[in-house]
Design a protein around this ligand. Structure first.
Ligand SMILES: N[C@@H](CCC(=O)N[C@@H](CS)C(=O)NCC(=O)O)C(=O)O
Length: 147
């Protein structure tokens, strides 16, 4: 077995991984936005200089963004691993590009409908599946290739 990656496949993986890294980093900013808007913080030292600020772990808006961030960790980190391994399976470059694109698109949509402008279900579920299904497909391909 020869371990090699086609340039175009790796280029696509690198591109969409970087997009997803940036997207995940934005989650911290979205959380901070909610915290400052509602003056809800996580630690006593954060509220020391503002009498209106309080420590609270139950605010619905802050917790919503935090859950969206957590959901990213549950789905995007597996993609980083399996997407890279998938690059080694000699995939068709067009297929690989499409898979990476759908994962990135699905995860961006998931954030939008969950944490930016909440949309009724099944919007979030469909965005979640758009990220999950290609990741599962790639995992199966990796299993078959390296079995
Ligand atoms: N950890 C997730 C596992 C299932 C999941 O990821 N569901 C998707 C589609 S409904 C989701 O967006 N869950 C919301 C969340 O993780 O907060 C949960 O508790 O819901």
């Amino acid at each position: 077995m020869k371990l090699e990656i086609a340039d175009s496949v790796f280029q696509s993986y690198a591109f969409f991984s970087a997009i997803l890294v940036l997207k995940m980093l934005v989650m911290s900013l979205l959380t901070a936005r909610q915290r400052f808007a509602k003056k809800i913080f996580a630690n006593p030292e954060d509220v020391k200089h503002d009498k209106k600020a309080k420590v609270d772990y139950t605010d619905v808006d802050v917790e919503r963004v935090r859950r969206a961030h957590q959901n990213d960790l549950e789905n995007i980190l597996p993609f980083f691993v399996i997407g890279l391994l998938y690059c080694f399976t000699h995939p068709d470059p067009t297929t690989a590009n499409l898979l990476f694109k759908v994962v990135a698109g699905g995860r961006i949509l998931h954030t939008l409908v969950y944490a930016v402008f909440p949309v009724p279900q099944p919007a979030r579920f469909l965005a979640f599946v758009a990220g999950l299904a290609p990741t599962v497909y790639m995992a199966v391909k990796v299993l078959m290739f390296f079995a």
